[in-house]
Design a protein around this ligand. Structure first.
Ligand SMILES: [Mg+2]
Length: 363
C-alpha cells in the first residue's frame, strides 16, 4: 500500500460565545485544517492541525507547511511511521502543529487499515471514560460565577478559571465562583503566563483559601526559575503548559523538577507519538501529567483520547470537551454527557466526518 496524496480542508469553527477571551488572545473563531492522507487502495486517514496563533501557527503558514510536506509522504508505505517522522523532520524542522495533523492522520489510517482503534497501537485501553474539565473565559467575577453554574447544571464537576495577572481581581473571580458552586466542585486556575513570580505566589496563596487543585502556567514561558520558585512556595499543584512545548522542554522541566505536573497537548508536542513519549518522561521522573485543552474539532479530541486511554499514570481531569462550545464541527461521534466523555468505539480515531461534510478527494 502506498500514500497517493495529502489533502487539506479548512476547518473554521465559530465560538458559541464570540466574546470568549483569555490572557493571551480573544477571537470569535477557532481555526485549523483537516488533514486527509489517501492511499492507492482507497483508504483515508484523518487528522486535525490546530492553527493556534498564540502557539505560533497561522492558518496561512500551516497551509504552506502542509503543502510543502506532502511530497515527503507520497509513494511511501503508511505503515512506515517512524521513517516518515524522520523524513518530515529532515524536510522541515519544528512546525509541531502541522506535523501533529499529519501524525494523527497517519495513526488514523494505520488503525483503520488494521480495523482497530488507535488506542490498540499504544498498548490497549486502561480507561474508557474521562471526567472533563471545562474552561471559564475571563469575564467579570459575577459573570464567571454564572457561567460556572451553567456548566455545573450540565453535570460538570471540574472547572478551570482563566485569570489575567491582576491579583485582587483574580482572587475575586475565584472567590465568586467558589461561593456560587459550593465545596464539591474541583477548581483549577490558568494564568497563561500573566503573573510575575512574586504576584503568582501572592495570588495563589490567597486563592488557596478557596481550595484550588491546580494552577497552570502562572509565569512567562521562559521564566523557568520563577516557575520553580512558585512550585516551591504555593500549596497548589503547579503545571507547565506553554513552557512544555517540546519533548526537550518536557525533559528539562522533569529533570529539574520545575513543576509538579505537565499539560500534554497533541498539537503543541507534534502528534500522538511525541505526546506518548512526553507522558513517559513525566512518569519516569515522578511528575504528574494530564491532557490539556484540545480546542478544535471532535476529531482532535478523539485522537487525544485514544492515546490518553492507554496511559496508566495519567492523573486528574482532562480537557476533552471544549468542542462543546464550538459550532460547525465537520466531525461527529463523541459528546460530553453529565461531565463525562467516553472513548468512542470503532476503528481509527472513532469519529467520522458528518454526513453533510464535504472534504477534498485525492486527485
Ligand atoms: Mg493552559
Amino acid at each position: 500500500m502506498k500514500i497517493t496524496a495529502l489533502t487539506i480542508d479548512s476547518c473554521v469553527m465559530r465560538k458559541e460565545d464570540p466574546t470568549w477571551a483569555f490572557a493571551l488572545a480573544a477571537s470569535p473563531i477557532t481555526e485549523g485544517w483537516i488533514v486527509s492522507i489517501h492511499t492507492d487502495d482507497g483508504m483515508t486517514g484523518y487528522g486535525y492541525a490546530s492553527a493556534t496563533a498564540h502557539m505560533g501557527a497561522s492558518m496561512e503558514g500551516m497551509k504552506g507547511t502542509l503543502e510543502r510536506l506532502e511530497p515527503v509522504l507520497v509513494d511511501r508505505d503508511p505503515a512506515d511511521m517512524a521513517a516518515i517522522r524522520v523524513a518530515l523532520d529532515r524536510a522541515l524542522s519544528g512546525n509541531n502543529q502541522a506535523k501533529a495533523g499529519i501524525d494523527n492522520a497517519l495513526f488514523d489510517l494505520n488503525a483503520r487499515m488494521l480495523n482497530v482503534p488507535i488506542s490498540r497501537l499504544f498498548g490497549g485501553v486502561v480507561r474508557r471514560e474521562f471526567p472533563v474539565l471545562r474552561i471559564l473565559a475571563i469575564k467579570k467575577p459575577d459573570e464567571m460565577a454564572e457561567q460556572a453554574q451553567i456548566l455545573i447544571d450540565q453535570g460538570y464537576t471540574y472547572l478551570k478559571i482563566k485569570v489575567h495577572g491582576e491579583v485582587a481581581e483574580d482572587v475575586a473571580r475565584v472567590k465568586a465562583i467558589r461561593k456560587r458552586v459550593g465545596d464539591d466542585v474541583h477548581l483549577t486556575i490558568d494564568a497563561n503566563q500573566s503573573y510575575s513570580t512574586k504576584n503568582a505566589i501572592a495570588a495563589l496563596n490567597r486563592m488557596a483559601e478557596y481550595n484550588i487543585d491546580l494552577v497552570e502556567q502562572p509565569v512567562r514561558i521562559d521564566n523557568l526559575k520563577g516557575l520553580k520558585l512558585v512550585t516551591e512556595q504555593v500549596p497548589v499543584a503547579v503545571e507547565a503548559d506553554e513552557s512544555a512545548g517540546s519533548l526537550a522542554e518536557v525533559a528539562y522541566l522533569v529533570e529539574h523538577r520545575i513543576v509538579d505536573a505537565v499539560s500534554l497537548k497533541v498539537a503543541k508536542l507534534g502528534g500522538l507519538w511525541n505526546t506518548m513519549i512526553a507522558a513517559h518522561i513525566c512518569a519516569a521522573g515522578n511528575v504528574q501529567y494530564r491532557f490539556g485543552a484540545h480546542v478544535g474539532s471532535r476529531l482532535l479530541n478523539a485522537h487525544a483520547m485514544q492515546l490518553a486511554a492507554a496511559l496508566p499514570e495519567m492523573w486528574y481531569a482532562c480537557e476533552f470537551g471544549e468542542f462543546a462550545r464550538l459550532l460547525d464541527d465537520p466531525f461527529e461521534g463523541i459528546e460530553v454527557v453529565d461531565g463525562i466523555i467516553h472513548l468512542p468505539e470503532g476503528a481509527g480515531s472513532g469519529v467520522n466526518p458528518r454526513r453533510d461534510t464535504v472534504l477534498s478527494k485525492a486527485s
